[in-house]
Design a protein around this ligand. Sequence first.
Ligand SMILES: Cc1ncc(COP(=O)(O)O)c(C=O)c1O
Length: 359
Amino acid sequence: MSRLIRAVIDSSALRANFAAVRAAAPGRRIMAVVKANAYGHGLVPTALALPDADAYAVARIEEAVALRAAGVRRAIVLLEGVFDAAQLQEAAQLELDLVVHEPLQLSLLEQYRPAYRFVAWLKVDTGMNRLGFRPEEFAAALARLQDLPEGVREIRLLTHLACADERDAAMTAEQIARFTHLAQGRGLATSIANSAAILGTPAAQADWIRPGLALYGVSPFPGETAGELGLRPAMTLETVVIATRRVPAGESVGYGGTWRAARESRIAIIAAGYGDGLPWGLPTGTSVVIAGQRLPLVGRVSMDMVAVDASGAGPGIEVGARVVLWGPELPVERMAASAGTIPYELLCSVSQRVPLVLG
Ligand SMILES: Cc1ncc(COP(=O)(O)O)c(C=O)c1O
């Protein structure tokens, strides 16, 4: 038991999911979204496991630095662009592609003395009201970019959908219509679709797709499993039992004494807590798998451990037994639903002390 909790990353699942995404959107170019440490899967190993991506998308310049340092030569798109001249210079040195969503970023490019000619992705806000130029601002922003041929070698257009995870949402149709209207006849490459849109809204596929969650083998649709979508979970978050105990009827378990044994109970203490990224608020009853058996968490999540009610479980519930918090045998979507959150948050919350192991 040299290791307690760890996240095992199945790179064959990453590759299979990439192939599934490609099959769902044949002929489109693929920008693999690897920001936030590849949704907890490890930025560099994930990018290296997906060498056929046409580009990688990150949110922070530090992520791009790490990819270039690891030898990634393909395009890297900085999804939020740069915010000052120093970052613009750094982006030029790293040969990054820039999203441009703000007048400040146009000004930075206008003041830039070209050392590198960027690919600029002009972002249009078609209704999400987060980043991007509004439709009425679009033509002027595009004209400013087109006026910078020495600093910008190609302009592409993108937008982001607010409700793609709701199949057939009216909002998605409206956003696509607005974007298509603006992009029409310009001869510029376009991108609209995240995972949910790639799998659920073929009309959103455009020239480039931007899958994140699907690459990690997780369903972007509430209530639909990854398996139903032909995806394989790439991360198994696993730990071990570090103690077992008998708790007499009527006694409580854990901080606050929030769970009380209704009968004499067998409790397994597992090495996983909020210090590893489990939500503190995970409710009693949330499932984990120990020695192949699905069993409920009980009581409050501590920093380093949490209790499981193994009363009535079969053999194998002993110190050192393997525990799966999520993975192919227990989808992360289930724990997310139990915790009242989304799988994205659970994956991104796996903490730094959890070693990532390539399986
Ligand atoms: C602009 C943009 N495109 C694509 C994605 C990928 O989304 P998903 O993980 O839902 O596929 C994200 C993720 O948040 C994003 O911010």
